[in-house]
Design a protein around this ligand. Sequence first.
Ligand code: CP
Length: 317
Amino acid sequence: MKKFTCVNDIGSWRKAVRDALEIKRNKFAYKHLGQDKTLLMLFFNSSLRTRLSTQKAAMNLGMNVMVLDVNQGAWKLETERGVIMDGDKAEHLLEAIPVMASYCDIIGVRSFASLTDKEADYNEKILNQFIDYSGRPVISMEAATRHPLQSFADLITIEEYKTKVRPKVVLTWAPHPKALPQAVPNSFCEWMNATDYDFVITHPHGYELDPLFVGNAKVEYDRDKAFEGADFIYAKNWSAYADPNYGKVLSTDKSWTVTKEAMALTDNAYFMHCLPVRRNMIVADEVIDSSRSIVIPEAANREISAQTVLAKILSDL
Ligand code: CP
């Protein structure tokens, strides 16, 4: 594997899950793979889980790890082409990328959507520069339009907890005070659509996702109907995708908060969220604190998804 930015990069999802579960059983059996290899993790945005789980995954594989927070301690990076650099940005990505690449074997990049320039976001302007100019395998640690390490961990978790061959999985929008990217829901759709699950998306009018990610999933605007018989409820907020409202918060309607009453409509569904989560906005305390909440094992599987991806890339170096 030369890069990991979307579901297509992983190949067969069934094999990927099998590999992940094998790695989960024997986390330290592959230490030889990463010997004398270095992972550079580059963050343009904040992180708790991605930072720690990916670092831990790399250490499990015997890798050295370097972490750089671009906005804290590094030169401010210019990402636009052809600009006169007379502002506060001291270094261009065009030099920074090959320099950073010369110090490592694999690069992980986190770079969120701007939510102001839809074209640049959906063309993955930052991530693609790393792919094009680093000469190194690149792992998306959440880019503008996708969060594949999260979605892979979500898939592993569903496979571990499902009790039906073809579970009903519902992605539900939930309220949040700030504008959030569509990367997690986009990516979740992409990975769920790769499976044969019964996959349903529910959200208020105006929150339609990019049709390329929605694919053949069923969109049900009536949340109660969507929740009926569900085996997994995956909650997430996102800002509007469609023009002219791209990146805007259109609603903070609390009737979309995932409550005990809403969960009662399901088939005793498990509750999932990628975290961090706003309690009593996205989900009621009594749901996230219940025995059906699997947000912690879901987050723990971030180590496993990252280790599986790194192991595949290291095997092909
Ligand atoms: N889910 C997730 O990516 O968490 P962080 O933003 O804390 O890395």
